[in-house]
Design a protein around this ligand. Sequence first.
Ligand SMILES: Cc1cc2nc3c(=O)[nH]c(=O)nc-3n(C[C@H](O)[C@H](O)[C@H](O)COP(=O)(O)O)c2cc1C
Length: 369
Amino acid sequence: MYKFFFQLVFKRMDAERAHHLAFRWIRLAARIPVLRTFVAAALAPRYKELRTEALGLRMHGPFGLAAGFDKNAVAIDGMAMLGFDHVEIGTVTGEAQPGNPKKRLFRLVADRALINRMGFNNEGSAAVAARLAARNPVFRTTVGVNIGKTKAVAEADAAADYVKSTERLAAHADYLVVNVSSPNTPGLRNLQATESLRPLLTAVREAADRTVTHRRVPLLVKIAPDLADEDVDAVADLAVELGLDGIIATNTTIAREGLGLKSPSSLVKETGGLSGAPLKERSLEVLSRLYGRVGDRITLVGVGGVENAEDAWQRILAGATLVQGYSAFIYEGPLYARAIHKGLAARLAASPYATLADAVGAESRKAAK
Ligand SMILES: Cc1cc2nc3c(=O)[nH]c(=O)nc-3n(C[C@H](O)[C@H](O)[C@H](O)COP(=O)(O)O)c2cc1C
């Protein structure tokens, strides 16, 4: 049904317009009590065996919506209604900004992929904090807040911009993510180098602790798949050293070579971050590498090309306690999270593991022996 609709309507429409249209429907449905109850019952059935404890938080399951879909925290209940166990809002920057000129989002349908160069279009930390503060949740879900650098702020002043966002947003975040891996803000990914990342993460940690005193807000960092393996190791070691709570692997890639892309070269050549199916292999590789380095000391979040339950299961076996998706949601539609939950429950039941937590990293541990 969705696939038919996608072919008929969305595929003909500009990708960003289609996103806004679908987004409006989701938000609308979530505002109508009878409808949202019906939709949630159909699309967000709960599985006891998938209940997940991560980052000191209790969640309905391990599968969430990756950052970038709900940049301004306007559809948290809508996404929970569609079955996402956590919703990562953002990226939110210190100041509001329009992002890059349109067109900036492209569908590579033949590759089940997207290229985007949105450039952190968002309403800024003050507006998003006010919205979160005023929020009256309908569905219980975990809310992650992903923060990034305002484009107009110089790289040297990045920490102050992240600190500003932290001071405004930490109180409303179940967990906080420092995004240093989007390819569409010039210089942002340089912040992944440990000499820049160490002071940045330290400053954000301190700001979160200063602002929120009654609990410790879990802090994660989100990394790019384009990091060299030794840089992945360096971030992992730094995360352990700083007592970080988690690492999200991965953001979109700037790579195009060697991914076997089938879409027209005019599309493939668009600049920006590539996400979806072609990212699957590298994201999984980075995740496995991270698990080999940090084991159970840090919560790992697997994202990049997770299209179905098997992909989600493979991320869990590789070491992810939480899994996220974005691009496949565009292609699979509203049944995406439901299919993943159903398939995960079936895989767990057929596996030798008593709980989902037992399955986390099981393949990586076996491979290491
Ligand atoms: C249109 C679009 C916008 C995105 N915006 C953000 C963002 O603002 N912040 C962020 O951390 N990641 C962003 N991402 C990256 C996703 O969160 C995710 O890491 C990436 O797309 C890989 O997952 P996927 O293959 O399931 O899409 C964006 C992705 C897409 C497709």
